[in-house]
Design a protein around this ligand. Structure first.
Ligand code: ATP
Ligand code: 5RP
Length: 406
């Protein structure tokens, strides 16, 4: 039972406790509502349908992760959920093709589940899945809001195996809800529900290399079909997905290396972590000296670097008119255990103990990008999200947060 403030047809702003009962309308569960007077005395046994319920207990913290398909969202999610501990798994006993991942602290829902047109429907109408007309933003907003307010919802499922819209699955409010997919920041109403937002900005060259690696090697697609699919999506990607990066609190931008002249292999990457200034509960990471402009080649006695080496950069900048701090890494690590040397020069990384970034990276050394800035910055953003969550909870319960962070 959660104590909350409900807005019903009968009484505005009453304090009550709620117990979930039956069916849903647009994903909103009807509840039995028990009213209490200000002295805590029960005043009536049954209210009406809860239209909106703002929980007074610490509510669900909502994180948005936007990126095109095949740009590393799943990998990032695995790193993020690992920071919170516990394995993330699909809902038990549910649809085997569910896109949802649940762990003790987090629930990750995939916004593909809000496609309003199935694969055939999109084909008939001549629209891609990136087109807003193929997605139900009203339902997305209503359900994310409900979860944030502590209300379980019946969320639809888009089945990537069949291309059909499957019967819904029950999503209970977690401590942290991550909404990942093509459009978490597209709709203003949904955007305003986000406590923190991330955009994975993968340059066309790198996206192409990753797609080939996955879709040719693992899914048996031809080079021509991969090229055609990227080309077909590009206009809608440019129109509806890419512009969301202006709203992100953190952007991880992945570019070809500058360490190898005219590199066309796309294996060595230059990765930027662009962090907005002035975001509540989020203080950007810095290298050596906050606010300075730094260029650092850490290769020497403490870091093994084979060709083409490693280069870090840090400094202030502007991004879509916002003040940002940018941390950049070009190159890749030879020995992941030596990452501790780099970690010890970074500040505001929200670790709970010395070496936590290195430990996380070593733990998932088999994940794509573990030897470069993609893995490093995804891990750091995961730690920043844990810190943000802890700050929000501490603010709500009114207890000061222990000073345990680096
Ligand atoms: N940091 C990385 N370095 C190298 N390759 C990567 C990296 N991240 C992802 N990839 C490649 O891209 C592929 C897709 O990654 P992932 O499944 O995490 O993306 P996704 O955005 O969840 O994709 P989708 O939405 O299509 O399921 C991986 O199989 C891998 O080949
Ligand atoms: O951009 C995508 C996000 O993952 C997919 O292409 C979209 O969801 C449609 O899926 P499918 O190709 O399985 O019909």
């Amino acid at each position: 039972m959660a104590t909350c403030t409900v807005y019903t047809t009968q009484s505005l702003n009453s304090t009550c406790s709620i117990s979930t009962s039956a069916k849903t309308h647009l994903g909103f569960h009807q509840r039995q509502v028990v009213f209490y007077s200000s002295t805590g005395k029960k005043t009536s046994k049954r209210g009406g349908s809860v239209i909106s319920c703002a929980a007074r207990d610490p509510q669900t913290v909502v994180i948005g992760l936007a990126a095109d398909s095949g740009c590393g969202k799943s990998t990032f999610m695995r790193r993020l959920t690992s920071v919170f501990g516990g394995a993330a798994e699909p809902p038990k006993g549910g649809n085997p093709d569910s896109n949802t991942l649940i762990s003790d602290m987090t629930t990750v829902i995939c916004l593909d589940d809000y496609h309003s047109l199935d694969r055939t429907g999109r084909k008939q109408k001549g629209v891609t899945a990136l087109d807003p007309r193929a997605n139900d933003f009203d339902l997305m907003y209503e359900q994310v809001k409900a979860i944030k307010d502590g209300i379980a919802v019946d969320k639809p499922i888009y089945n990537h195996v069949t291309g059909l819209l499957d019967p819904p699955e029950l999503i209970k409010p977690p401590k942290i809800l991550v909404i990942e997919g093509l459009h978490p920041m597209f709709d203003k109403r949904v955007r305003e529900l986000l406590d923190f937002s991330i955009y994975l900005d993968i340059s066309n060259e790198v996206k192409f290399a990753w797609k080939i690696q996955r879709d040719m090697a693992e899914r048996g697609h031809s080079l021509e079909s991969i090229k055609a699919s990227i080309e077909a999506r590009k206009p809608d990607f440019d129109a509806y997905i890419d512009p969301q990066k202006q709203y992100a609190d953190a952007v991880i931008e992945v570019l070809p290396t500058q360490l190898i002249p005219d590199d066309d292999e796309g294996k060595v990457l230059r990765v930027k972590l662009i962090m907005k200034e002035g975001v509540k509960h989020f203080s950007p990471v810095y290298l050596f000296d906050e606010g300075s402009t730094i260029s650092w080649i850490p290769c020497g006695r403490k870091l093994t670097c084979s060709y083409p080496g490693i280069k870090f950069a840090y400094g202030p900048d502007t991004y879509f008119g916002h003040e940002v701090s940018v941390l950049e890494m070009d190159g890749q690590f030879d020995r992941l255990d030596e990452l501790i040397y780099v970690e010890s020069h970074l500040s505001n990384i929200s670790t709970k103990f010395y070496g936590e970034v290195t430990q996380q990276m070593l733990k998932h050394s088999d994940f794509p990008g573990s030897n470069n800035g993609t893995g490093l910055f995804q891990t750091i953003v995961g730690l920043k999200i844990r810190d943000l969550y802890e700050q929000i909870v501490a603010t709500k319960v009114g207890t000061p947060l222990e000073a345990t962070k680096a």
